[in-house]
Design a protein around this ligand. Structure first.
Ligand code: NAP
Length: 238
């Protein structure tokens, strides 16, 4: 199997460091690291995209991005054709449009949450169509350095629920506490009973592993915009 050259953007961040740790164990080659601190694991390490020579950019098979909405926009500008897997959250509608437009020229994978458990959680939400008349509420807790609130995952859950229940659900409530990696809770209540449905990430590796898996998967896809459903629901698609 051909080894995949990975470019990592946002490499010095909390998620970037996890991706680095996951890459050290797989079929992907940690090729180009873009981040403040140097990486000993990657073949080439730079602090800014502007420092990357064009031949090196061409050698990258797929980018993994865990930076920020602005960071992702910069990455798209610099890397015209290379596939991108991004977990950056907090994108504006305009930034989403840019992302979708860019996916006409290359495969782009974006997910507000790259853990398989959260994806399964979202599938399970479909059973709530049987109790659509219950009251619903979404809650999320993350570490106190997280920039966007409510989290991208909570907004994805809100969108899912609105589709399933065919009505509007209140904006999720966010809490920023200590070092929590991510807790998402859906409450569903009637006058007689209450359901508490929860996903907790117990490390950051789970998101990094999802990103590396998506990087391997997206290389087999045509130009277009992809997310977790495409990778897991359409398993037949190679
Ligand atoms: N989809 C998922 O499963 C998932 C899971 C966890 C986190 N996330 C998201 O992933 C992103 C990163 O999270 P994190 O916890 O790793 O954050 P973090 O610790 O703040 O790391 C972000 C890194 O990206 C760099 N960066 C940010 N904006 C940049 C720009 N415009 N140009 C170049 N570099 C830039 C930062 O560099 P500086 O230090 O120089 O600012 C930092 O090293 C956030 O949007 C977060 O919500 C997604």
């Amino acid at each position: 199997m051909k080894k995949i050259n990975i470019g990592l953007f946002g490499g010095s961040g909390k998620m970037g460091q996890q991706v680095e740790a996951v890459l050290a164990t797989g079929v992907c080659i940690p090729y180009l690291f873009v981040g403040k601190k140097k990486s000993s694991c990657f073949a080439i390490s730079v602090t800014s995209l502007k420092d990357v020579e064009s031949e090196i950019l061409e050698d990258i098979d797929v980018w993994i991005d865990f930076s920020s909405p602005d960071g992702l926009m910069n990455l798209l500008q610099f890397t015209k054709k290379t596939p991108v897997v991004s977990g950056s959250t907090g994108l504006s509608d305009r930034q989403f449009s840019v992302l979708k437009k860019a996916s006409q020229k290359r495969p782009i994978f974006w997910a507000s949450n790259l853990s398989i458990g959260l994806w399964a959680f979202r599938q399970a939400l479909k059973s709530f169509s049987d109790i659509a008349d219950f009251d619903f509420s979404i809650d999320e807790i993350h570490h106190n350095q997280k920039k966007d609130m409510p989290s991208g995952t909570a907004l994805t859950i809100q969108k899912d629920l609105q589709k399933i229940l065919n009505r509007k659900i209140d904006t999720p409530r966010g809490h920023r506490l200590g070092g929590v990696y991510g807790i998402h809770t859906v409450y569903a209540a009637s006058g007689d009973e209450i359901l508490t449905f929860q996903h907790q990430a117990i490390n950051r590796k789970v998101f990094a592993s999802g990103a590396v898996r998506a990087a391997e998967w997206i290389l087999k896809q045509k130009n277009g915009f992809y997310s977790m459903d495409d990778m897991f629901l359409k398993r037949g698609k190679k």
